[in-house]
Design a protein. Structure first.
Length: 72
């Protein structure tokens, strides 16, 4: 077991900003560094969830603006 497995916040932040990297890090480190892998995986999951929510909100606002200005 590696002594440098502290689950660092920055790995989670990297996973949140670039979810595919977080997923890859999770898959690579899940056996060697379980805490760090968990942080990267949770960051990736949060990044994907925030991305989906932002798409939904933007489509709602675009639709509302289209209806308000008679585009639809």
């Amino acid at each position: 077991m590696d002594n440098n497995d502290n689950g660092g916040f920055l790995w989670g932040l990297l996973g949140c900003c670039i979810p595919i990297v977080g997923l890859i890090l999770f898959l690579v480190w899940k056996d060697q560094k379980p805490r760090t892998a968990k942080a990267a995986g949770i960051g990736a999951l949060i990044g994907v969830i925030l991305g989906v929510i932002s798409y939904i909100i933007s489509f709602v606002f675009i639709g509302a603006a289209g209806l308000a200005f008679g585009a639809f």
